[in-house]
Design a protein around this ligand. Structure first.
Ligand SMILES: O=C(O)CCC(=O)C(=O)O
Ligand SMILES: [Fe+2]
Length: 216
């Protein structure tokens, strides 16, 4: 798979938001299926669970993680931690193909140490937010989509007064890879909804999103 990833000139789609990079259809059907199999294997060791917001509301997505650190949320707030909050076990290692993808696309000098796994089914969505629980907020976040197409909403980071600019939507289909880099690293983003029936990768439908992060 890695041989098919161009190391220097990624086929990125220039977008209206500087620093938001999109590689539509980067992973072919075989690569998607292989990656999904690795995700499933990881989830045997680190089962999906439903986190709650610091306010106590359950997320509509279920989550797990790969990596030395995993992103979690509960009454104590958002944070990265080395163990699964339900099983207490360390998170499984980040699959090598994801580490290769990170190297090829981001050029960042250090590997990601966290990979959040989100599973969206039917009505699941994710409200507008910024990814800012990482120590170095200049390191990119790289996102891989598998399964049903998602309506991804993105807009610039809020200004000093806390006001965010206009958002727009981008469809993220199975095999698409995108990145929040540079000026878009702190962009507000979320998932409005899934387009049910748009992919047959996950039996019964749904979407898996993987985000590679440098947490520490
Ligand atoms: O599912 C997605 O594409 C976005 C996920 C996301 O923003 C996050 O996990 O922080
Ligand atoms: Fe995010």
């Amino acid at each position: 798979m890695t041989s098919q990833i161009p190391p220097l000139a990624p086929p990125e789609t220039p977008t209206a938001l500087p620093g938001f990079r999109l590689w539509p259809g980067l992973l072919d059907a075989t690569e998607q299926a292989d990656l999904l199999a690795e995700v499933r294997a990881g989830l045997e060791a680190a089962p999906l669970y439903r986190p709650t917001t610091p306010g106590g509301r359950p997320f509509s997505v279920r989550m797990s993680n790969f990596g030395a650190l995993g992103w979690v949320s509960d009454r104590q707030g958002y944070r990265y931690q080395p163990t699964h909050p339900v099983t207490g076990a360390p998170w499984p290692a980040i699959p090598a193909r994801l580490l290769s993808l990170w190297d090829a696309l981001t050029g960042w000098p250090t590997p990601p140490d966290a990979c959040l796994i989100n599973l969206y089914q039917s009505e699941a969505k994710m409200g507008l937010h910024q990814d800012k629980d990482e120590r170095d907020l200049t390191a990119p976040v790289l996102s891989v989509s598998l399964g049903d197409t998602a309506v991804f909403r993105i807009g610039p980071a809020p200004d000093e007064t806390g006001k965010g600019g206009a958002t727009r939507t981008v469809r993220l289909a199975s095999g698409d890879v995108c990145a929040l880099t540079g000026p878009a690293r702190l962009a507000r983003h979320g998932i409005d909804r899934l387009l049910a029936g748009s992919s047959r990768l996950l039996p019964g439908g749904g979407r898996v999103n993987l985000t590679l992060r440098v947490a520490r």
